[in-house]
Design a protein around this ligand. Structure first.
Ligand code: ATP
Length: 237
């Protein structure tokens, strides 16, 4: 039987008096990829920020691995197994690839040395760049590094915001293939925010469509791909 890893219910959140998210419900089962789709400004990034504790919800519940996440400090959220890769990637430009990876491992108690090698095995382009500074990397390498750094915390769920932003289609396809591999071989669950709907639905098990801060569809990825009316109305293709 599938295990419910993340359950969001009735979530209301925003930055001021007027909420951005209106009673959002969402579920992620262990070892699955759920795509969060919708137009610019729909509230997708705000949803990820609220789940990871960067934005405080006004109402609703966020349950991760059976425990309530509301009010839990961000670093404790990571220790519980939930890592967030924000839009824009957020690597440290002045540090080397290896130092950036080790930063991701600081959240764990154990020595992280072996895990750095595991990340290089997964992300071959980073292995040849281990002594390069963040600012010397290409856009694709930066995205790999941001994901690799998050994986150093050994998450069960990765919140990934717009990994394809600014990347060539070939690099985007490589990142989607990597997510598929992580899901299939390590059981990682991913909540994937994407503007690139086709790419996202090519790897996702489920898709949730958000419009003006409300969930307007939540279905199997295959059903969303096949629903022409929904695609035209909310997904622009
Ligand atoms: P995008 O793909 O453009 O990032 P999104 O669906 O991720 O879109 P959000 O970034 O969550 O949308 O933004 C939702 C709304 O919240 C927008 O109206 C945006 O202007 C507003 N917003 C986002 N971040 C902040 C902030 N830090 N302070 C105030 N308002 C914000």
């Amino acid at each position: 039987m599938s295990e419910l890893l993340l359950a969001v219910s009735g979530l209301v959140a925003g930055y001021g008096a007027a909420p951005v998210l209106h009673e959002v419900d969402l579920a992620v089962e262990a070892g699955t990829i759920v795509a969060v789709l919708g137009a610019n400004g729909a509230g997708k990034s705000t949803l990820l920020r609220t789940i990871s504790g960067l934005v405080r919800p006004a109402a609703g519940t966020i349950s991760f691995d059976g425990a309530d996440l509301r009010g839990v400090a961000v670093e404790q959220v990571v220790r519980r197994g939930l890592a967030h890769v924000p839009e824009g990637r957020g690597i440290v430009e002045e540090l080397t690839v290896e130092e950036n990876l080790r930063l991701g491992g600081l959240w764990r108690a154990r020595d992280a040395r072996r895990d750095v090698e595991e990340i290089y095995e997964l992300f071959a382009p980073l292995a040849g760049r281990r002594r390069s500074a963040g600012h010397q990397l290409s856009g694709g390498e930066r995205q790999l590094l941001a994901i690799g750094r998050a994986l150093m915390a050994k998450p069960r769920l990765l919140l990934l915001d717009e990994p394809s932003l600014g990347l060539a289609p070939r690099i985007t396809a490589q990142i989607m293939a990597l997510l598929r591999h992580l899901r299939d071989d390590t059981g990682l669950a991913v909540l994937l925010v994407e503007q690139n709907v086709r790419s996202a639905l090519s790897v996702a098990d489920r898709g949730v469509v958000i419009s003006l801060g409300k969930v307007v569809a939540d279905a199997d990825a295959a059903a969303l791909r096949d629903d022409a009316d929904l695609r035209h109305a909310y997904l622009g293709f």
